[in-house]
Write a protein that binds this ligand. Sequence first.
Ligand code: PGA
Length: 245
Amino acid sequence: MKKKIIISGNWKMNKTIQETETFLEEIKTLNLNKNIEICLFIPYTNLATAIKYSNNMKIGAQNCHWEEFGTFTGEISVRMLDSLGIKNILIGHSERRKYFKENCEIINKKIHIALKYDMNITLCVGETLEERNSKIERQAILSQLKKSFYNVSKDFISNFIIAYEPVWAIGTGITAEPSQAEEMCKFIKKSVYELYKKSIRVIYGGSVNSGNIENFLKQNNINGCLIGASSLKVENFEKLINKCV
Ligand code: PGA
């Protein structure tokens, strides 16, 4: 059977509870392709509402803390997310790495705690422009993968989707060439296979929209896309999903 295409939306720091409700109510009325696995990563404050209105879509959190509980003012733990019924989580997004100084060691700790609660993890990896210009993008990705997966048992590999998101393509309007994205997604699959002898699903993210998504999905090693800006408006998201056949 053909594997479902994965379309994940990353709302980042956007939408109130009311706006979340309106989006999900509207999208429910549309006839979206059932063969697509949709997951929306939305702000913590909207998760409880989103679960109520989610219909067939998966709902996930954009982050978590690496401890289960404790003296970490302002943080949210996987234990709390689990108690809400959340089973999907985005870890290692480049904006977390850039603005909140998350490194691979922190990401690895978050992965371990998320796996303790049997979460499905979308792990983001991606090279910077400097790394690409210095032609060390493969080393950069391999290092991120190895450090993020440190001490992760192969029994958990099926909990992961890897999102390849070149940092220079996120929120910039510049997309990777589909062939560049394909090459890197293939490299990620091969690297994980070499580490674990298991296959993994890999999606591409970075300025994907309804005008370019087909070019990415045509590639052999791209199982779907992670969408930021184009996941915020129902009409854009619908257009994009209808291009995934
Ligand atoms: P973008 O965001 O589609 O707006 O580039 C992608 C992401 O940050 O996951």
